[in-house]
Ligand binder design. Sequence first.
Ligand code: GAR
Length: 195
Amino acid sequence: MIKIAIFASGSGSNAERIVEFFSSNEEIEVTLVLTNNPAAGVIERAQRLNIPTLIFNKTLFSKTDKIVEILQSQQIDWVILAGFLWLVPNNLTRAFENRMINIHPALLPKYGGKGMWGHYVHEAVVANQEKESGITIHYVNEKYDEGKVIFQAKCEVTSGDSPEDVAKKIHELEYQYFPEIIYQEILSAKNSIVE
Ligand code: GAR
């Protein structure tokens, strides 16, 4: 069994779709949800979906090897960041090199980097009168939003759109593509292993 852990800081609507997507897959499953936010909606979602959750603080995450140890002891193969807002420390990016995928709610390299997350991204897109926005699915390295891009999809932004309207369009793209792209990456990594 290929095991996925999902990190999320907020509502967790993407996390839920990923869990659902793999629930009928006999080879791949989501076995753990991790969050830095004790009030995150993802906790309630994970409980409803029967996925164990782990809540951690900044020191444990950034200054110790504990998270790497937990993921390794649970034989996690892939890490997915689905609305996770902290910079991932080097020990974790190294342990999951080419096996950690993030989704960003904009067309990177535009609107990426520290402080550019969730509604801040959509507010900036609207303020700059962009004609389009979109999603970027990419591998994670030690810098915010700079790992290798796997996939992008675009949506139109019209002059009447509020940041909330853009957020809705972006979420639709995320639900449509994120689980499928994760699946494709896992399969292609699996097929590239010579046995
Ligand atoms: C998603 O739109 C995701 O792209 C974004 O947070 C939202 C989480 O929504 N991630 C970032 O901004 C990361 N920089 P969700 O909790 O409902 O899945």
